[in-house]
Design a protein around this ligand. Structure first.
Ligand code: ATP
Ligand code: MG
Length: 174
């Protein structure tokens, strides 16, 4: 999966439509505290189908919509567009939009699709909202401070075997 372009509109602090081009190679995002670096990573996770408001540092999913400031009114929707290519080099455009009171809607290459269809595209371990490639702020400190059993759970999650325990318990009838 390659991401080549991101468009954000009304998403968190990105109130005005912003387009970012991601060139091949390494990309660094730098800026002062609070300028929106983490918000940008959260936008990538969100457009790939993240459904936990907590991992968006939000109380409810609508909190990702620009909430307004003293000088700017709040927005009534947030939209993130991800353009890129799959490992098979097929062009990909995913759009997620949330409106106040109306929930999220997804489009894939111009067609309305279900959240499930988006989840399937990003289902392999290397990409997707829960990919171990996306390391949130504070996660490293959490790994260091974790108890051995918690750390093992994190490693199993990263290795993609956490689900096997559930299936084993299920098979044992527990
Ligand atoms: P740091 O270097 O401290 O990690 P950062 O560049 O990662 O900072 P972010 O956490 O991405 O910064 O951005 C935080 C900013 O986003 C805050 O100013 C916060 O008010 C703003 N913000 C978050 N959600 C919203 C929202 N829904 N509406 C408006 N602004 C928001
Ligand atoms: Mg940050």
């Amino acid at each position: 999966m390659k991401i080549s372009k991101l468009k954000l509109s009304g998403f968190k602090s990105f109130v005005e439509p912003a387009t970012l081009f991601i060139e091949p190679g390494l990309t660094g995002v730098v800026g002062p505290n609070g300028c929106g670096k983490s918000n940008l990573l959260e936008a990538i996770r969100w457009v790939m189908g993240e459904n936990s408001p907590k991992s968006m540092r939000s109380g409810g999913m609508e909190d990702v919509i620009f909430a307004g400031t003293q000088s700017r009114p709040p927005r009534d929707f947030a939209e993130v567009v991800l353009q890129g290519a799959t490992d098979e080099d097929d062009e990909l455009e995913v759009v997620r939009r949330i409106e106040r009171g109306a929930g999220s809607a997804y489009r894939l290459n111009g067609r309305d699709v279900r959240a499930k269809d988006i989840a399937l595209i990003f289902a392999d371990a290397a990409t997707g909202a829960h990919s171990p490639a996306l390391v949130s702020q504070g996660k490293i400190a959490q790994v260091i401070a974790a108890k051995p059993t918690e750390r093992r759970m994190m490693l199993e999650e990263a290795a993609g075997i956490a689900g096997l325990h559930v299936r084993r318990r299920d098979a044992e009838g527990k």
